[in-house]
Design a protein around this ligand. Structure first.
Ligand code: FNR
Length: 356
């Protein structure tokens, strides 16, 4: 099945309000559209007579050796999309050798997510996405929970000082989780009565100082997710980040920012090879992965496509998405004369209005 067919099957399978929750973006959904459209404006300029029968698409990421260059971006509430929820996504990612980023808004607790991943592979890489809490002891409790569960890296999301205005959800009145579902990692945190839930934190008062405290809480590598400005990429590295994820949250936060991939080259320039730079937003085919890698990304994240796979076919559906992207990427690498990811270089990308 193609990724497009899986999306269509998911749309059929899902309650329309839940479909809209995943598909939608903020405001007029300009950034949501721009993320995909931007990839339309890039083309690859292949090299010839320099390829190989076998290609090496593995990549070293923080806390994830030999993963493919496609990771599962953190998306909330998988149990709303399929009864097997995050457990199915975890098994799918582990079976395909892809990093799964689970997180604060998962409907399955992180220890159960890592346990499910271990059913599918002996040494899976699961990262934990964190919305830092203004109360340091809450953040610390979440960090320790992720560490104890066996996560191999943390991802701190910094593009959400306030919650995005998701037009479809506001129209549909979808502002709370239905009964029976909860952000399970937010249970039993410091300062709340046993068994009760703490709200998912978002605070415009958090600073780089708060961020810098997180790498000091843990031996795990800490990546920053949601950087668009090159100056912030520099600050992230200076404050101890082990990786920078260029992302506009899939068009779900500020509806006036550039497409994620358009921000990539400047961030790569600012980071200057000190830590890996990843990208998410609008990646829908293997050639998009190749464009992002040629522009300097070490790997890309996919959000919605994995959720569509999960909704359409549970674990098998999510696996199909990852296997398809990896296979298409490998095929594109071959067509571009590449043997390994690093063979894709910036001179091999042309842009509409430029040389194309
Ligand atoms: C997200 N994203 C997200 N990011 C994050 O850091 N924490 C989260 O809890 C969520 N939740 C979430 C839910 C849903 C339904 C979507 C679609 C997205 C953003 C996500 O990690 C990623 O940045 C985008 O999804 C990437 O864009 P694509 O691949 O969906 O185009």
């Amino acid at each position: 099945m193609t990724l497009r067919a899986l999306h269509d099957a998911a749309r059929e399978a899902l309650d329309p309000v839940r479909y809209d929750y995943v598909a939608g973006g903020a405001g007029e959904e300009r950034v949501l559209a721009a993320n995909e459209q931007a990839f339309e404006s890039y083309r690859l300029l292949p090299r010839v007579l320099c390829g190989s029968e076998t290609r090496d698409t593995a990549v070293d990421l923080p806390g994830a050796r030999q993963a493919a260059p496609v990771i599962v971006a953190p998306t909330a509430f998988h149990r709303l999309m399929h009864p097997d929820g995050e457990r199915a996504t975890a098994r799918a990612a582990a079976a395909e050798g892809a990093v799964l980023v689970t997180g604060t808004a998962a409907t399955t607790a992180v220890d159960a997510v890592v346990a499910a991943a271990r059913e599918a592979a002996p040494d899976p890489a699961v990262w934990f996405q964190l919305y830092p809490h203004p109360r340091r002891e809450v953040t610390e409790a979440l960090v320790l929970r992720a560490e104890a569960a066996g996560c191999t890296a943390l991802v701190v999301t910094v593009d959400s000082p306030v919650f995005g205005r998701h037009t479809r959800d506001l129209r549909n009145g979808f502002t709370d989780l239905p009964p029976g579902y909860a952000a399970e990692n937010m249970r039993d945190l410091p300062g709340a009565p046993p068994g009760s839930l703490t709200d998912i934190p978002m605070s415009p008062a958090l600073s780089w100082r708060d961020f810098a405290g997180i790498p000091r809480m843990t031996a795990l590598p800490v990546l920053v997710k949601g950087v668009l400005h090159p100056a912030d990429a520099r600050l992230a590295v200076e404050h101890g980040a082990s990786g920078v994820i260029v992302s506009n949250h899939g068009g779900r936060q500020c509806d006036a920012v550039p497409a994620a991939v358009d921000c990539l080259p400047a961030v790569v320039g600012a980071v200057a090879g000190r830590v890996p730079v990843l990208l998410d937003g609008g990646v829908r085919r293997g050639s998009d992965v190749a464009v992002a890698l040629a522009l300097g990304a070490a790997a890309v994240g996919v959000g919605r496509p994995v959720v569509w796979g999960l909704a359409a076919g549970g674990e098998a559906g999510a696996r199909t998405v990852l296997a398809t992207l990896r296979d298409e990427y490998d095929h594109t690498l071959a067509l571009c004369g590449g043997r390994r990811n690093a063979d894709l270089t910036q001179d091999m990308v042309v842009r509409k209005g430029g040389t194309w």
